[in-house]
Design a protein around this ligand. Structure first.
Ligand code: HAM
Length: 420
């Protein structure tokens, strides 16, 4: 076939989607327990939302957005992340008028035009949570605890929380200045992007992957040395909550995150087994974003986890995902009247919740038996014209060679009893 799926996207086949269903089930239960309700926002939004929300100088906005003009001449963008959309909904749907904090979660596809590699895709799936209306460090603590508990329930090992504080509009100018003073004498050795970042957003230099910039960044000043009293206290308090919840963490002074909206807390959770794309989750506080997008001054904190990366980590660590349900009863029939009866019986069984299958290809009895074997059906019912005439069917249990007749009028009850 000459048409293939777009680069950086995946097909998830039924054998894969059972894993996704498992993750989704664990996540929904977790969010219910933590008091987060689901929010669903559009997959595309006004392009301005991301330009203003995520930030003009970020890689996401500068290089990675799927932006198009629709037939009404509007510029729309496939969402590259979820926070900006959720903040838009918080403002547009006046959630600030409800009892605070407002705690929501979402899961679904995000789109970024990145260079695809293992664990990095152009369409990927995030699970994210956002908590609005609390500037208390316990909210940061709860968010991180939720992420941590998700991975703990899945049975993932080798995780580490990396945390930093990027300050607030009060103390950040001082840090910015210190960074510029530090990098200025080395500007000519730095990559082109960092030379631009130097003016627009020197914090982002700390995130550069270029080896020379990385080497220079090692000795750059730390943001935590420039924090105002409020940010300093907040940071210490978040760390104390993590300790109280028995969550191990490491302070990473180079962690600045690739989105512009963060204030105070920034964090990531890394897993040591999946190589380069080791961040399975990232987030932080964004106290200015709601106001910046036209709402009342409202603090917010949240994170998003990349679910493809979680699945890769589970796979690499050999964590078993609970098996999905399998066929309980297979109806094998021979002859057209028996086939009709089998079809009727199939619906009866399904009505009672039994997982049942019958042949849909008009195959021979032998081929049907082989297929039942492949499905690993718990029971096989054999129904030929002769059985039909006696109003019975033959019942065989998986793995056994003997079979016994059961009255067709009693078969549903019989199987329900057996499968209890
Ligand atoms: P982010 O760090 O850009 O943050 O993305 C969060 C997570 O999404 C990453 O840690 C990674 O696991 C996954 N991810 C990102 N890009 C890709 C990709 N191309 N392929 C596969 N997985 C990817 C945000 O998106 C923020 N909205 C998080 C947040 C929520 N902050 C506050 N609230």
């Amino acid at each position: 076939m000459d048409i293939v799926r777009p680069r950086g996207t995946n097909d998830f086949l039924p054998k894969d989607t059972v894993k996704w269903h498992y993750l989704e089930t664990v996540l929904r239960k977790l969010c219910e327990e933590f008091g987060y309700g689901e929010i669903r926002t559009p997959l595309f939004e006004d392009t301005n939302l991301f330009q203003r929300g995520v930030g003009d100088t970020t890689d996401i906005v500068q290089k990675e957005m799927y932006t198009f003009t629709d037939q009404g001449d509007r510029s729309l963008t496939l969402r590259p992340e979820g926070t900006a959309s959720v903040v838009r909904a918080y403002v547009e749907d006046k959630l600030y008028g409800e009892a605070q904090p407002v705690k929501v979660y979402y899961m679904g596809p995000m789109f970024r035009y990145e260079r695809p590699q293992a664990g990095r895709y152009r369409q990927f799936h995030q699970f994210g949570v956002e908590c609005f209306g609390s500037n208390h460090p316990a909210a940061d603590g709860e968010i991180i605890a939720l992420a941590w508990e998700f991975y703990r329930r899945l049975g993932l090992k080798g995780l580490e929380v990396s945390i930093n504080s990027v300050g607030c509009p009060k103390c950040r100018p001082k840090y910015r200045q210190l960074l510029q003073d530090y990098f200025r004498p080395h500007l000519d050795k730095m990559c082109k992007s960092c030379q631009e970042r130097f003016e627009k957003n020197p914090l982002r230099i700390l995130d550069c992957k270029n080896p020379e910039c990385k080497e220079l960044a090692k000795d750059a000043p730390n943001s935590t040395d420039c924090l105002c009293e409020e940010c300093q206290e907040h940071f210490q308090s978040v760390c104390a909550y993590l300790t109280a919840a028995d969550i191990p963490y490491k302070i990473d002074h180079r962690l600045v995150r690739g989105l512009d909206y963060y204030t105070k807390t920034a964090f990531e959770i890394l897993v040591d087994t999946i190589g380069a794309q080791s961040a399975i989750c990232g987030g932080g506080r964004y106290d200015g974003l709601v106001a910046q997008l036209g709402g009342p001054e409202t603090p917010g904190v949240g994170f998003a986890a990349g679910l493809e990366r979680v699945l890769v980590a589970l796979d690499q660590q050999g964590v078993e995902i609970p098996a999905s349900s399998h066929t309980q009863v297979y109806l094998a029939s021979l002859g057209s009247s028996a086939d009709l009866k089998a079809f009727q019986l199939l619906q009866e069984l399904r009505k009672t919740g039994i997982i049942a299958e019958k042949d849909l290809l008009g195959r021979s009895l032998k081929a049907q038996m082989k297929y039942a074997d492949k499905l690993q059906a718990d029971y096989v019912l054999l129904l030929g014209e002769e059985e039909l005439a006696q109003n019975i069917c033959m019942v065989r249990q998986m793995g056994k060679s003997e079979q016994a007749p059961v009255d067709l009028d009693n078969i549903v009850l019989f199987l329900k009893e057996q499968l209890k």
